[in-house]
Design a protein around this ligand. Structure first.
Ligand code: GZL
Length: 330
């Protein structure tokens, strides 16, 4: 009997020791999660929704993260407030897509003083002060615009229309955002280059379908003599097309209005397949894996690139297929 009691006591001591062992492991696991504060511009477009989903589905607890997400609802002041809150919370990283390029120096200096690395996502910041962020992940928006113009020039050359007088309507994205600045610059440079190209209207569509529909409607009240509509994202293209069709215009590259768009969301590519969008330049929102790679490298003190541009392609109404659209992740 004594022997049995001794065995039971030993077993209980061993189990308690194991339990204590397990406890520190769970605490370590808790401690090892990387806390990321993410300030997103808003949910203004299908592109933005896909961008948010890419971050949320990558920075998961299973991948070693705690993600604190804030939707700024298109207001820079909300982003600045969120970043200050992240600093007070003592997050490990701050991730944000700046609505516009300016106005970030003060709050990013506070993050630097708090020794919190900042990763700038998607759009860029203009800053005279160096070292306000640790890494940038996004697109080269001027290059996107140049890809669009190169395609347009080649198309017009093939059609024997390169020297024609062409009347262009320009629907811009959120003014002061990097995407708008880059895509606008490429179009404006092309108009300088081609004297027969005329910019008949330039209005802000704020990257939304509703605003683009509204401003295109106002432009159509002034003129329907339009050859090209250059929209700085798919939401704007869909809004502009709706307004043009209501005014009796046909949108197609062969014998109607040539519509150029950016983002290459599935919805935008369906319009491309249907011929209503002639060209759609991809702007890849799937940036979560890039963020994860950069953070893990920083954690392991491995070298990483400060500027990370995502490769992008383009689609046109002559070559796109449903199979290509079905393969897309957004
Ligand atoms: C581009 C991104 C732009 C998209 C729009 O990277 O900032 O903002 O082109 C989105 O769809 O609203």
């Amino acid at each position: 009997m004594r022997k049995l009691l001794a065995i039971v006591i030993c077993l209980m001591l061993i189990l308690c020791a194991c339990a204590r062992q397990a406890q520190p492991m769970e605490e370590d696991a808790e401690d090892s999660l990387i806390v990321v504060g993410f300030s997103q511009v808003g949910a203004e477009s299908e592109w933005r929704v896909a961008n948010t989903e890419s971050i949320r589905s990558t920075l998961t607890e299973g991948n070693g993260y705690v993600l604190i997400y804030d939707d700024a609802r298109q207001k820079q002041e909300n982003q600045i407030r969120a970043i200050r809150t992240f600093i007070q919370q003592g997050v490990d990283y701050i991730l944000f897509s700046p609505k516009v390029e300016t106005g970030w120096i003060s709050v990013l200096q506070e993050a630097r003083e708090a020794n919190i690395p900042v990763i700038v996502l998607d759009r860029y910041i203009e800053s005279e002060v160096e070292n306000l962020y640790t890494a940038y992940i996004g697109s080269d928006f001027h290059k996107e615009g140049e890809m669009a113009i190169s395609w347009l020039e080649e198309f017009l050359q093939r059609e024997g229309r390169i020297g024609d007088s062409l009347r262009i309507v320009h629907i811009q994205g959120t003014m002061g955002s990097t995407a708008q600045i880059g895509r606008t610059a490429a179009l404006e440079q092309s108009i300088e280059k081609h004297p027969s190209w005329e910019l008949v209207a330039q209005e802000c569509g704020d990257f939304t379908r509703a605003k683009a529909y509204e401003v295109m409607g106002s432009i159509l009240e002034q003129t329907t003599d339009i050859d090209i509509v250059y929209c700085e994202n798919d939401g704007e293209a869909l809004g502009a097309i709706a307004a043009m069709e209501e005014a009796g215009l046909s949108c197609n590259a062969k014998d109607g209005v040539i519509v150029i768009s950016f983002d290459a969301t599935r919805l935008g590519l369906q319009y491309c397949l249907g011929g209503k969008i002639a060209l759609n330049v991809e702007c890849n929102p799937l940036q979560g894996p890039y963020v994860n790679e950069i953070i893990k490298k920083i954690q392991l003190r491995e070298p990483f690139s400060r500027m990370n541009y995502i490769d992008e392609t383009l689609f046109d109404s002559f070559t796109i297929t449903q199979e290509m659209i079905d393969e897309r992740q957004y």
